[in-house]
Design a protein around this ligand. Structure first.
Ligand code: GLP
Length: 248
C-alpha cells in the first residue's frame, strides 16, 4: 500500500485529481469507479476545473459507481445518482451512455446486481476505483462483517453509518434508507488500482486500522493490504494515529 500524506483536504483532493487525470490522458477510454460522500467532492471540483481549463476529456471514459440507496429514485436529491450528476458528470463531457450507477429502484435487485457485475466485466474491468472510507472502516456500503469475497448485492446499513449519513437527510436518521446496493469487496478488489481518500480526524482510527491493523472483515478497508496497487491519499488529520510514518 502506498500512503501519501498531504497537508489538508485541498492538497489531498489535488493529488487525487492529478492521478485520475493522468490515467484519463494515458488511456482516454479508461473505466473509472467513482465514489460518493463528502470526501471526493474536492477531487471532483478539481477534475471539473481541469476539464474547463485544461481540456481534460471525459468523452470516452466509462464509469461505474460503488453504491446507491435502495428506494431512492435517481432524481431524489440524496440519491447517489443525483450526487454524481450534480457534483461531476453534468459539468464534464462524459457520455451518459457510459455512466453506470446501481439502480436503487430496481424491481429485481438480485438480477440487477448480476447485470452490474456482468457489465463491469464486459467493459474490461475497472482500471481505477476511487474510494472513501466510513468511520467504521466500511468501503462503499460494505459494512463491518461483510464477506471479503463479496460481490455486488443488497446490504443492510449499520446504525452508525445511518447516523453518520443523517447529515445529508435533515439530520433525521429515520429518513436515511436502511438498505443499499453496493459493489462487493471482491468486486472492488478486482479493480486494477484502488485510490482511497480520507480527510479529518474522525477517519484517523479507520485509517490506522486499514494501514497498520490485521486484515479483518470487521474493518473491510483492511483488505486493501492484499491489493497489488492500492494508494491512500490522506490528510494529516486522518494520518494522525499512524505509528509508522516514513518520509522521503
Ligand atoms: C458512505 C458511502 C461511502 C463513503 C462513506 C464516507 O457510506 N457509501 O462510499 O466512503 O459514506 O463518506 P464521507 O466521505 O462523507 O465521510
Amino acid at each position: 500500500m502506498l500512503v501519501i500524506i498531504k497537508e489538508d483536504y485541498d492538497d489531498m483532493s489535488k493529488e487525487a485529481a492529478k492521478r485520475v487525470a493522468s490515467l484519463i490522458r494515458k488511456k482516454p477510454d479508461a473505466v473509472i469507479g467513482f465514489a460518493t460522500g463528502g470526501t471526493p467532492v474536492g477531487l471532483y471540483k478539481e477534475l471539473i476545473r481541469m476539464h474547463r481549463e485544461e481540456g481534460l476529456d471525459f468523452s470516452k471514459i466509462t464509469t461505474f459507481n460503488l453504491d446507491e440507496y435502495v428506494g431512492l429514485p435517481p432524481e431524489h436529491p440524496q440519491s447517489y445518482h443525483y450526487f454524481m450528476w450534480e457534483n461531476l458528470f453534468k459539468h464534464v463531457n462524459v457520455d451518459p451512455r457510459n455512466v453506470h450507477i446501481p439502480h436503487g429502484m430496481a424491481e429485481d435487485i438480485d438480477a440487477f446486481c448480476e447485470w452490474y457485475e456482468a457489465k463491469i466485466k464486459e467493459k474490461g474491468g475497472i482500471d481505477l476505483q476511487i474510494l472513501g472510507i466510513g468511520a467504521n472502516g466500511h468501503i462503499a456500503f460494505n459494512e463491518p462483517g461483510s464477506s471479503l469475497g463479496s460481490r455486488t448485492r443488497i446490504k443492510t446499513l449499520t446504525e452508525k453509518t445511518r447516523r453518520d449519513n443523517a447529515r445529508f437527510f435533515d439530520n433525521d436518521i429515520e429518513k436515511v434508507p436502511k438498505y443499499a446496493i453496493t459493489m462487493g469487496i471482491g468486486t472492488i478488489m478486482e479493480a486494477r488500482e484502488l485510490l482511497l481518500l480520507a480527510s479529518g480526524e474522525n477517519k484517523a482510527d479507520a485509517i490506522k486500522a486499514t494501514v497498520e491493523g490485521p486484515i479483518t472483515a470487521m474493518v473491510p478497508a483492511t483488505i486493501m493490504q492484499m491489493h497489488r496497487k492500492a494508494v491512500l491519499i490522506i490528510d494529516k488529520a486522518a494520518a494522525s494515529k499512524l505509528s509508522q510514518i516514513f518520509t522521503g
